[in-house]
Design a protein around this ligand. Structure first.
Ligand code: ATP
Length: 506
């Protein structure tokens, strides 16, 4: 059953996962704040990714663990870096403006529904933003006085529509009342800029990074010279990226400030294909291990028209996609795995004049510029996928739903609940809480009746509740309530930490 996005957004605000940024001022489009539980969830995903990449990287095709080191580079770099990477010249999306509503759309996110008419002059064509529900499409068609039946229409991607630019005067924009209000597509640079120092002139113009990857390429030589890593190896980085997205939408899916988890894998050109396949497999496994279901994940090779400027020279790009409620039954990108060839290092070599060649330590006559495989995931988008996957409707419990987070990801691993606020229960609960919090993110919740407290923990996805009652006082046991099954069992208070440790690993 698909969950309604409205319910997810409402839960996120009510329970403190995600708030609109500048909420008290009416928000700011494309920016979000992570609340007390959201930041825990995000950190947990980030830490698991870091563990998978840097602390405990996978076993490579030859049976030995691969080698990856971490990095945390500056958000603002020398602007020449963005010229070299192609972002200043090429990092832009074609957009169309609506003259009537003043709204702006990414042309590659628009679809056109077209109804064949006898007379070609009588063109019936209406534009929608990709992902608009069938119900909303029908409603709008009806409002325009057209047939609401979607099967009466042919659907085109904006650029596939025959002579789209010539026909714009006959086409309805996604939100317009009149036809012919869309402008022809034009390029729009997605990088935010600002100025360093006291004067705001072209010479002082710098950019907020639109991806974390370039900071890695800029440090390729530094890492080689300061550590013992040898090709093939990887450099991983997690951090903020900024894109002045034309149409930020779908909650935190497409925002203007977000976080990425990127790893650049440097290898010999002859081995790039092998490592490309390896990382596609590994990354799929990673998302499955976090509890995303096989049915909601898809792995898709990019079409030639979708390739980024850097991927054109390599084997292409794979997307790991997730079936978000707003894309269902379709999928939306969660992570891209790109074969970047030696594009970036070569560009930086050309623009900086610094050699990026790697010398084979065994045979020093062999030099080459490594090829790069890049698994680039969205941390923010990953959090959204985890939230969507976890949201489980269950009419049989007071909260009506629960968040089915994998215990390792859950913002709170356990809640310690004294059955009553009685004198004997609270000190024992506090003792257990003080012991557990050294190792786990746990909640001590004393007030309210026990049913309400369980309901709250269900809503925030706490996998285990430990209840202290009269039996605890006499025999030292506590009740464990399992979030998903609601089954209860008694275990000794001494074994609670071991119990949780075991569950976190599973
Ligand atoms: P899209 O086609 O959705 O704009 P992209 O292909 O440009 O994304 P990449 O440059 O490959 O994205 O970035 C890697 C990852 O960063 C994406 O898979 C996504 O998870 C995340 N990401 C990119 N743009 C945004 C954004 N505006 N908001 C949130 N996450 C984003």
């Amino acid at each position: 059953m698909t969950v309604d996005m409205k319910d997810i957004v409402a839960l996120c605000k009510r329970r403190g996962f995600v708030f609109p940024a500048s909420d008290i001022y009416g928000g700011i489009n494309g920016f979000w704040d992570f609340g007390p539980l959201g930041v825990e969830l995000k950190n947990n995903l980030r830490d698991l990714w870091w563990k998978h990449m840097v602390l405990c990287p996978p076993i490579g095709p030859d049976g030995t663990p691969v080698e990856i080191v971490g990095l945390d580079s500056a958000i603002i770099q020398n602007p020449k870096a963005w010229e070299a990477s192609g972002h200043v010249g090429g990092f832009s999306d074609p957009m169309v403006d609506c003259k009537e509503t003043k709204l702006r759309y990414r042309a590659d996110h628009l679809i056109i529904l077209h109804q064949e008419q006898g007379n070609p002059q009588d063109l019936r064509a209406v534009t929608f933003v990709e992902g608009t529900s069938e119900e909303d499409i029908s409603k709008r068609l009806k409002k325009l006085g057209f047939s609401p039946n979607i099967s009466d229409y042919k659907t085109f991607k904006f650029f596939d529509f025959p002579y789209v630019s010539e026909n714009l005067d006959k086409i309805f924009g996604p939100d317009a009342k009149e036809k012919g209000t869309l402008t022809p597509p034009k390029q729009f640079n997605l990088m935010f800029h600002t100025f360093v120092g006291a004067t705001a002139g072209e010479d002082n113009k710098v950019y907020l990074r639109p991806e974390t990857a370039q900071g890695i390429f800029l440090n390729f030589k530094n890492v080689l010279d300061s550590t013992r890593v040898r090709v093939p190896f990887g450099i991983a980085q997690v951090g903020k990226a900024f894109r002045n997205e034309v149409t930020p939408r779908n909650f935190i899916f497409r925002s203007r400030e977000f976080e990425q988890m990127e790893m650049e894998w440097f290898c010999h050109p002859d081995e790039a294909k092998k490592w490309f396949d390896f990382w596609i497999e590994q990354r799929k496994k990673f998302w499955l291990s976090l509890g995303l279901s096989e049915a909601s994940l898809d792995c898709r090779k990019h079409g030639q028209d979708e390739l980024s400027h850097y991927a054109k020279t390599g084997e292409g790009t794979y997307d790991i996609e997730y079936k978000f409620p707003f894309t269902a039954p379709g999928f939306g990108e969660l992570e891209g795995i790109a074969h970047r060839s030696n594009f970036d290092l070569t560009q930086h070599e050309k623009h900086s004049g610094v050699k990026m060649e790697y010398m084979d330590p065994v045979d020093t006559s062999k030099r080459f510029i490594p090829h790069v495989i890049e698994p680039a995931a969205g941390l923010t988008r990953g959090v959204l996928a985890l939230i969507c996957e976890a949201y489980t409707v269950d009419a049989n419990r007071p909260s009506g739903m629960y968040m089915n987070f994998h215990p390792a990801l859950a913002p709170k691993k356990a809640a310690i609940l004294p059955l009553t606020a009685k004198e004997e229960h609270v000190p024992l609960a506090t003792k257990l809480y003080l012991e557990l919090r050294e190792e786990f993110a746990v909640d001590l919740d004393i007030k309210q009746n026990i049913g309400k407290r369980y309901a709250r923990q269900d809503e925030i996805g706490t996998p285990y509740c430990f209840t202290i009652d009269n039996d605890t006082v006499t025999d030292g046991t506590v009740t464990v309530r399992d979030r998903n099954t609601m089954a209860q069992e008694r275990i000794s208070m001494d074994s609670v930490a071991g119990y949780l440790r075991e569950k976190m690993r599973a």
